[in-house]
Write a protein that binds this ligand. Sequence first.
Ligand code: SAH
Ligand code: SF4
Length: 402
Amino acid sequence: MLDSFAPPMPIPGLIDPVPVPRAVALRADGRVDLIGLGKDQLRTALLDAGMEPKQAKLRAKQIWHWLYNRGATEFASMTDIARAQHPWLEQRFVVGRPEVIEAQVSSDGTRKWLLRSPDAQDYEMVFIPDADRGTLCVSSQVGCTLNCRFCHTGTMRLVRNLTAGEIVGQVMLARDSLGEWPSQPEGRMLTNIVMMGMGEPLYNFDNVRDALRLVMDGDGLALSKRRITLSTSGVVPMMARAGEEIGVNLAVSLHAVTKEVRDEIVPLNRKYGIDELLQACADYPGANNARRITFEYVMLRGLNDSDADAHELVRLLRHYRLPAKVNLIPFNPWPGAPYECSTPERVRAFSTIVFEAGISAPVRTPRGRDIDAACGQLKTAAEKKSRAELDRQAEQKMAALG
Ligand code: SAH
Ligand code: SF4
């Protein structure tokens, strides 16, 4: 348990990352954070703390409803739980939220939050308001082990999996800040969730699944699985399980149609190639014409943006008979990035070829670029200044030690 407070290890290697498992954390004060626990786990937590079984069954049900449906953060507000029992609960449990280190608002209304875990790991979430929807972009890991060459997150040195509580906690924090408790079916601002923040969700499968189950539970946060999209860079062996055990919409970061180019920009391709990946998409449970798979394609000048690439994309999608839509993402630059964005004319020409083949291929408008909130720009401020800063801190420490 206390392992979770050990400093995270840097993960070596390019394409064969070592996911870091993480048990539900005890906090420094020894209390257990209830956020992230399912109904049965909550009951077990109460039993483990010594509550009598019949009582635990009832209380678990009540508390679970307060947490996920009403957004309660204090036992004192749980009016159907005897007041005399509040101190007992408070001594043993806490209802946590990620700590907010910084909140930024873009000129286009996009909001980004820098969050910090109890063991001082930073991660980010982004809220993108549109006329007809509001999308929360949720992180699944601190950093990412996969090192896609066009992605800033992939350059973070430290990586650890977020817990189920930290993942669902992002959604709950967004609800707090939008004032959207209790859960209600109509009139919400937060209508959609995309697992497109930091990290590769399928390398943190169990926690992402457990968190999304809490998000989808009709008695709790009650967001429909049709409004949730999980994006993967192509972790083929986990895709079938994602379909069966989570069942949300699938997005696949394809980005290239030849082995040569995809090997370069998405190194995971050296392990799971394009054909294997597209076959896994064809087999994805629940994909059909009404629920198409989204293929994300970042437009990189002179690398993957030719007419021939567009035709090959169409050929591949047809060959595998994929119910597909293509999202063309203009490359979002970051300091030191080795690529440039395709010209607008090139992006349009590419989009037209795919569209004329009968496949929808909208060009995504970048959102929140001015606050580094757009796709692929997420890298925490802590990391950005880290090398120089950490060196300085280390020097100071050495000096202090004499
Ligand atoms: N790791 C998962 C989830 C992150 S989703 C995945 O890769 O699918 C973030 C999306 O933004 C992915 O499609 C990713 O490839 C894309 N992206 C990353 N860096 C980008 C950049 N600099 N400009 C535009 N899109 C980028
Ligand atoms: Fe990781 Fe996705 Fe970025 Fe690739 S694009 S490094 S998989 S977050």
